[in-house]
Design a protein around this ligand. Structure first.
Ligand code: ME8
Length: 527
């Protein structure tokens, strides 16, 4: 297994404020990055903003500001949201930064010199009001501009093209040789059947109809097509081709590093088909994994800025706390499938898993250790009963299943195994009946062992939940009397870790939410 990881999210358009769909992708990527780092791996995590293009130029014009002022303002909101959600990105790349622009220009020149990019003519349907080209499908049979709804004309303009035909065979071989490159597997078949088999056209990689983009050095009437510009962020952020390329060498070029792009289903084509081709043209290695997550829906239709049916993540996090929102996103919507956001499910999930199961387990256990052992966790003395042995084996299995599932990017399933451990520990209380053991002097050892096992189950669950529950897990460690240093992942298999620790009873981690109050509140946010 590789020891180093480079994890990226898409770079989002600052055409409007981000919504819960963007928060979903970045949060899940953050959970993965944190879990790698906690296990002791070196992990570099990147997110950013994709700031060029006609839409941004037009939005800025409407707002009466320059495109740069427009994106600066919106990107401020990106930083705030990632702070609020406790995202631990190592860098934030903006495509308007000099360090990025230089890399895009350099890449364009290299592909041009190699003969993979050539100057040709772009034919399409042109809207003179929006100054934009549209495809046959976009304008439909009536030839209407999808933006302003006015009639469009057939037109052509000079443009640069990328010769996809030079790389199609090689891409197909790459897919065959690397069955885990594009996951879920169904995405690969979709790419092949929908785009490659019918015949892939050369890709137009420059525009002359607007100017808010990276200028082509060789021909300044042109700006680089926004997707060639945007995809390059994954290497420009590491300093590719610059004097300062240590990160590029350390992550992109190192055999020891697994490169993982996380992206939504809407942008698979660009990542799975064109990005590997661009990289091959530049003589660079391709990513190891592209993980395509599903989209959040609102009543069956995709949550999107243009549809105006978005959930604003800010008030959600402000009211319910960062842990509950991160938990809901990770656990409720299976990473890799579409899912819908619903206020009822949000409240139910937080109550069932966090308030009733996990929070309650901690609360009951700390109270019992207080009552029966003056707040000191009894030392581990092996398993005294079969119940202890069974809980120990569930703990061990949970750790190894969790690691395997996380390595396989099955994040939702990994967190679900922790839920099962918590449920198992609650059941263990019912099986062992500590209140009955406490009444019998001869059962003191049994009772001590139950308390130790419960404390250990809570520690392990909190450790494994930590990439998601970024504040509550630390509070659980504190209640167990563990310093953050002692709670480190490297000690996860140490059965004696909790011996004789003085516990600290604290407030409940997750107070129960009242659905009759909270569901209407969230519904209000969605209006
Ligand atoms: O496509 N549910 O940016 P973008 C889940 N700039 N995730 C969603 C979502 C939803 N309803 N809506 C958006 C772009 N996303 C380009 C990317 S990368 C080199 C350039 C997430 O602002 C999802 O990850 O439209 C999707 O792929 C991404 O936001 C698109 O963000």
């Amino acid at each position: 297994m590789k020891k180093r990881f480079y994890i990226t999210t898409p770079i989002y358009y600052p055409s409007a404020r981000l919504h819960l769909g963007h928060a979903y992708c970045t949060t899940l990527s953050d959970v993965l990055a944190r879990s790698k780092r906690e296990r002791g791996f070196d992990c570099y995590f990147l997110t950013g903003a994709d700031e060029h293009g006609l839409k941004i130029e037009k939005n800025a014009l409407e707002a009466g500001v320059t495109p740069q002022q427009f994106v600066d303002h919106i990107v401020e909101g990106f930083y705030q949201l990632w702070d609020l959600l406790r995202i631990t990105n190592d860098d934030f790349i903006r495509t308007t930064q000099d360090r990025h622009i230089k890399v895009v220009q350099n890449a364009f020149t290299r592909m041009l010199n190699k003969g993979d990019i050539y100057l040709g003519k772009y034919e399409g349907w042109y809207c003179k009001y929006c100054e934009a080209f549209w495809t046959e499908t976009q304008v439909g049979p009536d030839h209407i501009c999808p933006d302003c709804q006015r009639e469009v004309q057939k037109a052509e303009e000079e443009a640069y093209f990328f010769k996809t035909s030079n790389y199609v065979d090689s891409l197909m071989k790459f897919f065959d040789k690397n069955p885990k490159f594009l996951i879920p597997e169904s995405r690969k078949n979709e790419m092949i059947n929908t785009f490659i088999k019918p015949g892939l056209d050369d890709l137009c990689v420059s525009r002359t109809s607007f100017s808010w983009g990276v200028p082509v050095l060789e021909n300044n009437k042109h700006v680089v097509y926004v997707w060639l510009d945007a995809l390059t962020n994954y290497i420009s952020a590491l300093g590719y081709g610059s004097d300062n390329d240590e990160l590029f060498k350390k992550y992109w070029e190192s055999e020891d590093c697994e490169i993982i792009h996380i992206l939504g289903a809407d942008i698979t084509r660009f990542h799975a088909i064109y990005w590997p081709m661009f990289l091959e043209s530049l003589g660079l290695r391709k990513p190891d994994r592209e993980f395509v997550h599903g989209l959040l829906m609102m009543k069956d239709s995709k949550m999107s800025k243009s549809k105006g049916n978005v959930v604003n993540p800010y008030p959600l996090v402000e009211r319910y706390g960062v842990d509950s929102v991160r938990y809901y996103l990770t656990r409720e919507i299976n990473f890799g499938s579409d899912g819908s956001f619903s206020p009822e499910q949000f409240v139910e999930r937080v109550n069932a898993d966090l308030a009733n199961s996990y929070g309650n387990l901690l609360n009951r256990t700390i109270s019992m250790i207080g009552k029966y052992f003056n707040g000191v966790i009894p030392a581990y003395k092996g398993h005294v009963t079969d119940f202890d042995a069974s809980l120990e084996s569930v703990i061990d299995l949970t750790i190894s299943n969790y690691e395997t599932l996380m390595d396989d990017l099955k994040i939702t399933d990994a967190i679900a195994t922790v839920n099962e451990l918590v449920n198992r520990a609650n059941k263990y209380i019912d099986e062992t009946t500590p209140w009955a053991l406490a009444k019998d002097e001869n059962k003191k050892d049994e009772l001590a062992s139950v308390m130790n096992h419960l404390a250990r189950a809570i520690y392990v669950a909190s450790r494994l939940y930590h990439p998601v529950l970024v504040t509550a897990s630390d509070k659980a460690f504190e209640q167990l009397g563990l310093s953050l240093e002692a709670a480190d992942y490297k000690n996860i298999r140490d059965s004696h870790l909790l011996d004789n620790l003085q516990t600290n009873k604290g407030n409940p981690l997750f107070p129960r939410l009242d659905p009759t109050v909270e569901v209407p509140f969230i519904n209000e946010l969605m209006k």
